[in-house]
Design a protein. Structure first.
Ligand code: GAP
Length: 443
C-alpha cells in the first residue's frame, strides 16, 4: 500500500468508526484540534493506562502527580518559556499562509501556492497561549496555558519528595493536557494545538545523569516495541546541538516511521538541574535535596522521558493497520481491513455475538455479556450476518469474538474466534472468562 494511502485509510477509518472526529465539525471544523469518539477515547485511555502501569504501578521509584494547567506566571519566567519558547515564523507575501521557517522546503517555494522567494523575514512567534484570570483583563491578570506538564512537576518537587519520602534516584510522572499555539498544526493528531503529554521527571545525583539518560532511552524505546510497534518502524535519534531545547544538554527522540517519514514520538532529555535551579532562584525557596547518607546537599539532575499521548495513539493506529484476505460467505475471499492492536491497547477486548437474533439465543448472549462486562470492555453486536460482524470487529481491532449458537443451548459452550489467525475454538461457558483473560494476557 502506498504510504499516502495508509494515512488516508487510517484517517478515514478513524472517522467512520468513531475513533477521531474533526473538532467542531458542524461549524466547518477548527483545523488544529480533534475529538476522540467512543472507540478513540478507549484507545487513548488504554495508551495512557499502559504508560502509567509501566511508569508508576510496576515501579518502586516513581510516583504520580496531577497538577493544574494554569500556574503562576512566574513559573514560565523561571522555566525560560516566556523568553525562549518561540518558533521562527514567515509569511508568504503571495498567499498569506504562515510557515515555520525551519520547516520550509529546500527549493524555497511556498508549499501552499508555489510562489518562489515570496517569504517575509523570519520573526519569533510565541507558542504559549495567553489568557486572563479573574474579571479584570489587565497585565496583572495574565496567565498562560501550560506548554508542557513538566513544570507542574518541578514546582511540586519538594511537596512530592517529602510526602512520598523518596530519595534520588526517583521520578514523578504526570499525564495531562498541554497547549501550544503551533504555527503549522497538521498531519491529523500528530501536531495539534491542544494535546496530552505523558511526562516523567527522574531526579538523580548529578554524576549519575548520563547513565540514567541511557537507561531511559532504552526503556522508552522498548515500551513501544512491547506494545506492538515493529522495530523497523522505530529508531532512537540523538539531537544535533542546534536542535536542543534551552534546558537540555542532550536529547534523543524515539522516532516512528510515519507515512510522511521519520518523526518524533517521544523525547528523552537531560535537563540537568536547570529547572530546579531556576525555580529555587525565582521563588526564593531552596529546592536542593539533603543526602543524609553522604551528608551533602545538592540539586538533583533530571532525566526526562516526555511522550505525547496523541502521537502515540497515532503511531499505534498506523502500525496496527493492515489489510489481508479472509474467506467470505460465498466460498471466495475478500480483502479484510484489520487493526492488529496489542490486546492491552484494543478499545474493545471481546465482542459477544449471538449467531442470530433468535429468541432462544439472545437471553444466553445477554447472560454471557453480563458475566464478562465487569472484567472486560466488551461490545455486543447482533446486526447482520456473522461474517460481516467479524469484519466489523476486525476493523476496530477487537482481538476476540465470542459466538453463541444453537449448540450452546445444549453443550453450554461457545466459540472463541481469534482476530489474527481467524481460528475458532469451542470453550465451555464456565471456563470462558479465564480463557479470554489468558488469551488477552491480562494480569
Ligand atoms: N517537557 C518536554 C517537552 O515538552 P517536547 O518534545 O516539546 O518536550 C514532548 O514534547 C512530546 O509531546 C513530543 O515528543 C510529542 O509526542 C508531544 N507533542 C509535542 N508537541 C505536540 C503537538 N503540537 N501536538 C501533539 N503532540 C505534541
Amino acid at each position: 500500500m502506498a504510504k499516502a494511502d495508509l494515512m488516508d485509510r487510517v484517517v478515514n477509518l478513524a472517522k467512520r468508526r468513531g475513533f477521531v472526529f474533526p473538532s467542531s465539525e458542524i461549524y466547518g471544523g477548527f483545523r488544529s484540534t480533534w475529538d476522540y469518539g467512543p472507540l478513540g477515547v478507549l484507545l487513548k485511555r488504554n495508551v495512557k493506562d499502559a504508560w502509567w502501569r509501566t511508569m508508576v504501578q510496576l515501579r518502586d521509584d516513581i510516583v504520580g502527580l496531577d497538577s493544574a494547567i494554569l500556574m503562576a506566571p512566574k513559573v514560565w519566567e523561571a522555566s525560560g518559556h516566556l523568553e525562549t519558547f518561540t518558533d521562527p515564523l514567515v509569511d508568504c507575501r503571495n498567499c498569506k499562509e504562515r510557515f515555520r521557517a525551519d520547516q520550509l522546503p529546500e527549493s524555497g517555494a511556498c508549499p501552499n501556492c508555489g510562489a518562489k522567494g515570496s517569504f517575509t523575514e523570519a520573526r519569533q512567534f510565541h507558542l504559549m497561549f495567553k489568557t486572563h484570570v479573574g474579571p479584570v483583563e489587565d497585565d496583572a491578570a495574565v496567565a498562560y496555558l501550560r506548554p508542557e506538564t513538566a513544570q507542574g512537576i518541578f514546582v511540586n518537587f519538594q511537596n512530592v519528595q517529602t510526602t512520598s519520602r523518596k530519595k534520588p534516584p526517583f521520578g514523578i510522572a504526570q499525564i495531562g493536557k498541554t497547549f501550544r499555539n503551533e504555527i503549522t498544526p497538521g498531519n491529523f493528531i500528530f501536531r495539534t494545538r491542544e494535546f496530552e503529554q505523558m511526562e516523567m521527571e527522574y531526579f538523580v545525583p548529578p554524576d549519575d545523569s548520563p547513565r540514567w539518560y541511557e537507561y531511559w532511552c532504552q526503556e522508552r524505546y522498548r515500551w513501544y516495541v512491547s506494545l506492538g510497534i515493529p522495530e523497523e518502524k522505530l529508531r532512537l535519534r540523538p539531537h544535533d546541538a542546534d536542535e536542543l531545547s534551552h534546558y537540555s544538554i542532550g536529547t534523543s527522540d524515539v522516532e516512528f516511521l510515519y507515512p510522511w517519514g521519520w518523526g518524533e514520538l517521544e523525547g528523552i532529555a537531560q535537563r540537568t538541574d536547570f529547572d530546579l535551579r531556576q525555580h529555587s532562584q525565582f521563588s526564593g525557596q531552596d529546592l536542593s535535596f539533603y543526602d543524609q547518607e553522604n551528608d551533602r546537599r545538592y540539586l538533583p539532575y533530571v532525566v526526562e522521558p516526555a511522550a505525547g499521548a496523541d502521537r502515540a495513539t497515532l503511531a499505534f493506529l498506523l502500525a496496527a493497520y493492515d489489510e489481508d484476505s479472509a474467506p467470505n460467505e460465498k466460498g471466495g475471499t475478500d480483502t479484510r481491513t484489520v487493526l492488529r492492536f496489542h490486546p492491552a491497547l484494543a478499545p474493545i477486548k471481546v465482542a459477544v455475538l449471538p449467531l442470530s437474533r433468535n429468541d432462544r439465543l439472545v437471553p444466553v448472549s445477554d447472560e454471557v455479556a453480563a458475566m464478562l462486562r465487569p472484567h472486560l470492555q466488551i461490545d455486543v453486536d447482533t446486526a447482520g450476518s456473522i461474517g460481516r460482524r467479524y469484519r466489523r470487529q476486525d476493523e476496530v481491532g477487537t482481538p476476540l469474538c465470542v459466538t453463541i449458537d444453537f449448540d450452546t443451548l445444549d453443550d453450554k459452550a461457545v466459540t472463541i474466534r481469534d482476530r489474527d489467525t481467524m481460528t475458532q475454538d469451542r470453550v465451555p461457558l464456565d471456563k470462558l472468562l479465564a480463557e479470554l483473560q489468558d488469551r488477552l494476557g491480562q494480569p
